[in-house]
Design a protein around this ligand. Structure first.
Ligand code: PRT
Ligand code: MG
Length: 213
């Protein structure tokens, strides 16, 4: 049996067509089902529906053989025990630093001011600001980062931006790009060795779907 960990939401929507092209069709749409384990058109493949941030954990411990996770989640997790053989090119966005419209970020950085930065990406943010030599106090949030600069919780946020409309609606502006993000297929390293033939053929089929062939 091969288990694939997927999260609901945008990654799922973009992943289902890719695995379908690889011959794997979910027997129920995860959005319409309360089931957390969903069978597929292939008797030897099942889908496990987990929180986006939990995908690397399921795959790392081998509770799922494969998974699809955003580059943001993987960077924050650290990727231990995971192969990352395939960039799926889906759920694309950018990890950015953003501030309230009118806040002079460049000036604050030049002055060597200690910035308060709210984010759910503590590790990634810590590395980014350390590399720039900017002193920051990081505040961990679990969602709605955009609220932090508006309420005085933080000077800046580190968050994902795709269309930019959430920033705009909240009078925030992006001032720095940390990295471009897309979702990747990840594989448990031990499973890759033990179930090599079946996982390899699955990877090739998904890679073909990504290339559009
Ligand atoms: O919902 P849950 O807490 O379980 O997890 P989640 O919210 O992290 O999951 P989900 O499904 O929202 O996102 C899963 C993955 O999608 C992320 O890990 C990213 O790799 C990817 N992704 C791509 C995004 C976005 N684009 C994105 N725009 N994830 C979140 N956003 C949010 C962003 O945080 C911001 O609040 O959308 C808002 C900005 O969008 P725009 O279009 O207004 O710029
Ligand atoms: Mg969400």
């Amino acid at each position: 049996m091969i288990s694939i960990a997927l999260s609901k939401g945008r990654i799922l929507d973009d992943t289902l067509p890719l695995i379908k092209a690889a011959g794997i069709v979910a027997s129920e749409h995860p959005d319409d089902s309360r089931k957390l384990i969903i069978g597929t058109s292939r008797a030897d493949v099942r889908l496990i529906i987990v929180r986006a941030t939990d995908v690397p954990t399921y795959v790392q411990y081998g509770a799922a053989d494969l998974g699809v996770a955003g580059g943001d989640v993987l960077a924050e997790h650290g990727g231990e025990g995971l192969y990352q053989p395939l960039d799926l090119g889906i759920a694309r966005c950018r990890l950015m630093v953003a501030v309230r419209d009118g806040f002079d970020y460049e000036h604050a950085v030049r002055q060597g001011a200690r910035l308060r930065v709210a984010t759910k990406y503590l590790n990634t943010a810590r590395e980014h600001f350390a590399a720039k030599g900017v002193h920051v106090d990081l505040i961990k949030l679990y969602g709605s980062m955009e609220l932090a600069p508006l309420t005085g919780l933080a000077d800046a946020i580190v968050d994902l931006v795709s269309t930019g409309s959430t920033l705009k609606a909240n009078h925030l502006v992006a001032v720095e790009e940390i990295t471009q993000i897309s979702a990747r297929l990840v594989v448990n390293q031990a499973a890759y060795k033990l179930k090599r033939a079946v996982i390899q053929s699955l990877l090739e089929a998904v890679a073909g779907a990504v290339r559009g062939v």
